[in-house]
Design a protein around this ligand. Structure first.
Ligand code: FAD
Length: 525
């Protein structure tokens, strides 16, 4: 790799420091810092970068207590600062306590084991090395609570949940979950030890680690978790009603959906179902709003539109009016010898056909699974993801559906059409660019229908990870790895202390979740 190779980019969930920003960043910071000084020409650093990125993602929510950064000592502008900080080998890990002085040069971590779990535990040790005086401002208490402190809380009302994690002395799970919930309000997490007999007796706990939950209304009980893993515990706590990601965004202050100021009534729905109302609203928005911005369709645009309509006509599950409309539209588009169609003609056809033949596509938007806590969130992009997931699963279930359409020759036709649609028409240009980058990087590697389903799932999770905590994150539907442990426990495993997916079970789950039988017509027009 050349000296200019960039191992880390702004897209990575970590801070890229430089000669100019290192000291101002760490000096008197309210959080601690873990900085990897690397060199972009060092082969080991190049290999290690994927681990470091995975670590940064793993502890992204801890950053107000301890943040992860990198600094490239191979960049000329960084030569001086690397010398000043005595960096002799790459990579060198240094940590800086919160409230460091400008003269602090950090402490070197010399552990041989640089795996995610070890570094994560090091981060916790670094935090616990602070004293009361220099404790990172936003870092919660990580020490053990005793039965004497915890038992009096039983039966008390409160404005938040209290989760008590009871664990063996050498376990880090409790502290990891405490930090995982750092950005969330509505729940406080405490840890206690398996050696605390009075606590075990009072709460009737015999297996470790366990979570015991005190509800705001004063009731308390075990929190059942399919697996005793950090990821399960954190996901369950984040999903408690009323627990929300804190955020500077106005959305975070909105409260319950019932309070929102729109005429639309809230529609209760089940997160384990897919709603046809969302799919129909996606098509409605796409046809009547997104495409309408293009006054004429010609050349590549026309081709992309035709392919999209064909794809939906052939793969939209369950037949019905949507398929009828798409078939009509598809036949009409294919029969036209024109190189250019005014978009109004498409709209007229959509509107006329619907009234003449009883073919019907919702006359209004009606979000169900894609409802948001306030306007401007979720809705259309949520439904577009949903639509394409459904189409990948349907293509997997009915491989011959695209025969004789011209799309059958493509290896991953649903992804390719989606890619072209997003690139050509999707109103969010930046989203389109991100998606195009991802597609260019890995879509060609998809060699079959199952991989097509999994590629889209994986890509969607990458977007979720990037957006979690951002302004487009609806606090009532915080972006998180999907499916959650509650939706699919068998999809999740842990390897060397790091969360891993069981892809076979994920595929099975996706086939079920986005399959025709799981589509709910409730709330449909
Ligand atoms: P969404 O992410 O829209 O998900 C909708 C539903 O799909 C979820 O409620 C869940 O039931 C299910 N789901 C979630 N994850 C998965 C998964 N991994 N596999 C299968 N199903 C899943 N916004 C930006 O700000 N920046 C971007 O770069 C960006 N890129 C985008 C690219 C594309 C192609 C699309 C369609 C949207 C993009 N968006 C982007 C919008 C963003 O991804 C969300 O759609 C939007 O913020 C609404 O989020 P949501 O909470 O409704 O959930």
């Amino acid at each position: 790799a050349g000296g200019s190779a960039r191992l880390y980019t702004e897209e990575d969930p970590l801070v890229i420091l430089s000669g100019g920003s290192l000291k101002p960043t760490i000096t008197n910071s309210s959080s601690a810092w873990l900085v990897q000084f690397y060199s972009s020409w060092c082969g080991h650093c190049i290999q290690y970068s994927s681990t470091w990125k995975a670590l940064a993602q793993d502890v992204k929510d801890w950053q107000e207590a301890i943040a992860v950064a990198v600094l490239d000592c191979a960049q000329e502008e960084n030569f001086d600062v690397c010398k000043e900080f005595s960096i002799k080998f790459y990579p060198t890990f240094k940590y800086f306590r919160a409230h460091s002085l400008s003269s602090d040069r950090g402490a070197i971590h010399r552990g041989a084991d640089r795996e995610i779990q070890s570094v994560r535990q090091l981060m916790i040790n670094v935090l616990q090395n602070h004293t009361k005086l220099d404790w990172p401002q936003r870092c919660p208490q990580l020490e053990v609570y005793s039965s004497a402190e915890l038992l009096p809380l039983l039966g008390q009302r409160s404005d938040h949940y209290t989760a008590i994690i009871v664990e063996e002395p050498d376990s880090y799970v409790g502290r990891e979950v405490i930090l995982d919930l750092l950005q969330y309000s509505g729940v406080q997490v405490r840890r206690a030890l398996s050696s605390d007999r009075p606590l075990l007796d009072a709460l009737n706990i015999a297996a470790f680690p366990s979570i015991y939950l005190l509800h705001p209304n004063g009731t308390h009980a075990h929190l059942h978790s399919e697996k005793r893993l950090r990821f399960f515990f954190s996901s369950l706590l984040r999903a408690l009603p009323g627990v929300q990601r804190r955020g500077g965004s106005a959305a975070a202050q909105m409260g319950a959906p019932q309070d929102k100021q729109t005429s639309e009534p809230w529609r209760d729905f089940d997160r384990s179902r897919v709603y046809t109302a969302d799919l129909e609203s996606a098509l409605h928005y796409l046809l009547r709003v997104e495409l309408a911005a293009h006054t004429t369709l010609q050349g590549e645009e026309l081709k992309v539109f035709k392919d999209f309509v064909t794809l939906v006509a052939k793969l939209y599950p369950g037949g019905g009016s949507v398929v009828k409309l798409m078939e009509t539209l598809s036949d009409w588009l294919l029969s036209l010898p024109l190189e250019q169609i005014p978009y109004q003609a498409v709209l007229d056809l959509v509107n006329n056909k619907m009234t003449i033949s009883g073919v019907f596509l919702g006359a209004e938007l009606r979000w169900v699974g894609c409802q948001a806590s306030r306007p401007g969130l979720r809705g259309y992009p949520c439904s577009l993801w949903t639509l394409f997931h459904v189409l990948t699963v349907q293509h997997d279930a009915t491989p011959t559906a695209l025969d004789n359409t011209g799309l059958e020759a493509e290896v991953a036709p649903v992804l390719q059409v989606m890619r072209r649609y997003i690139r050509t028409f999707f109103g969010c240009k930046e989203c389109g660019q991100h998606f195009e980058q991802a597609a260019a990087a890995s879509m060609d590697g998809v060699t079959g229908r199952e991989q097509q389903v999994l590629w889209l799932w994986n890509q969607h999770n990458r977007v979720n990870a990037r957006l979690s905590g951002s302004l487009s994150d609806d606090p009532l539907f915080p972006k998180a790895p999907w499916p959650s442990p509650a939706l699919c426990p068998s999809c999740h495993e842990e390897k060397n202390g790091v969360h891993v997916w069981n892809q076979g079970n994920v595929l099975r789950f996706l086939r079920h979740h986005y399959g025709a039988a799981n589509l709910s017509p409730k709330y449909s027009l």
